[in-house]
Design a protein around this ligand. Structure first.
Ligand code: UTP
Length: 287
């Protein structure tokens, strides 16, 4: 079965990035010249997905405006003969099919994904958390879609993290079945390093079987009073297998100040037009 739809939960309050995220959605923070969410929408398109479903919440209308037609802006660019920029702006609104749904209260990632139930229907779908920015030769979701052809069940993107950082992540206990692919045995949300079953951390890319919606309906609020996706996945694993895929690529947690800075520096060093001057600026800092 083909993965056609991509769900983007974007209703969180982004508390780690306050006050910047008080009036601006975290997903709209710019990495060089594009908002974070645009990178993952582009990844979805490059991975062959056809439809983007964004789960928004209070104060998130800038995301809808960003991917919508801006008639006045396009007129102005036309009048000023800014053809290149006009082309880029037009492409953005025609990029892919967008739908929006709202999570009325930020009751957790699992709850946000459940809000997309009617728009997704009964087919496997992809999930992107756009604050996980991943620089990869082959888009990570494309790598996962490829894995899905062989293992047509839910697949979690995972990455090895230092043991002392496991408490920031959902961690899997798993059995390796071939290079980069694991069968998930159990999952623990934000464990203490001593209790962590491995250092394989779940990162913000998922392929989910539609039965996850049913599983999310059965669970109770977990850590922090939120409906946790990890708990939903545990429930799902009682009735069908779940796999994990160790992706190839460099990932930055751009929802966190330090991760965001690292992503900006790394992307700037690879952006034609600014990279040379930026490199010599960094050298001049005499660190
Ligand atoms: P985070 O755990 O990063 O939470 O959510 P957050 O609110 O965005 O940021 P911090 O931790 O307070 O700084 C992971 C993803 O799940 C979405 C977020 O928008 C983000 O993409 N999410 C989280 C929701 O859509 N709804 C929620 O209730 C919680």
């Amino acid at each position: 079965m083909k993965i056609r739809k991509a769900v983007f939960p974007a209703a969180g309050f982004g508390t780690r990035f306050l006050p910047a995220t008080k009036a601006i959605p975290k997903e709209m923070l710019p990495l060089i010249d594009k908002p974070l969410i645009q990178y993952s929408v582009e990844e979805a398109k490059r991975s062959g997905l056809e439809e983007v479903i964004i789960v928004t919440g209070m104060g998130k209308t800038a995301i809808e405006d960003h991917f919508d037609v801006s008639f006045e802006l396009e007129m102005l660019l036309k009048e000023r003969n800014k053809t290149e920029i006009l082309k880029m702006i037009e492409e953005l609104s025609n990029f892919i099919h967008f739908s929006y749904t709202r999570q009325k209260k930020p009751l957790g990632l699992g709850h946000a994904i459940h809000c997309a139930k009617n728009l997704v229907g009964m087919e496997p779908f992809a999930v992107f958390l756009s604050d996980d920015v991943i620089d990869a030769k082959i888009p990570v979701m494309k790598q996962m879609v490829h894995t899905f052809r062989q293992y047509p069940y839910s697949i979690l993107a995972v990455q090895r993290v230092p043991k002392k950082e496991v408490h920031h992540y959902g961690i899997i206990e798993a059995k390796k079945i071939c290079p980069r692919i694991y069968k998930v045995i159990d999952m623990v949300e934000k464990p203490h390093p001593h209790d962590a079953p491995s250092n394989l951390a779940i990162i913000g890319r998922y392929i989910l079987a539609p039965e996850i919606f049913n599983a999310l309906e059965q669970i109770r609020p977990g850590k922090g009073g939120e409906i946790q996706l990890t708990d939903g996945l545990k429930m799902l694993s009682r009735t069908q297998p779940i796999y994990a895929y160790e992706f190839e690529g460099n990932r930055y947690d751009a929802g966190d100040k330090l991760g965001f800075l690292k992503a900006n520096v790394s992307f700037a060093l690879n952006t034609p037009g600014i990279n040379k001057e930026f490199r010599s600026f960094l050298r001049g800092l005499n660190l």
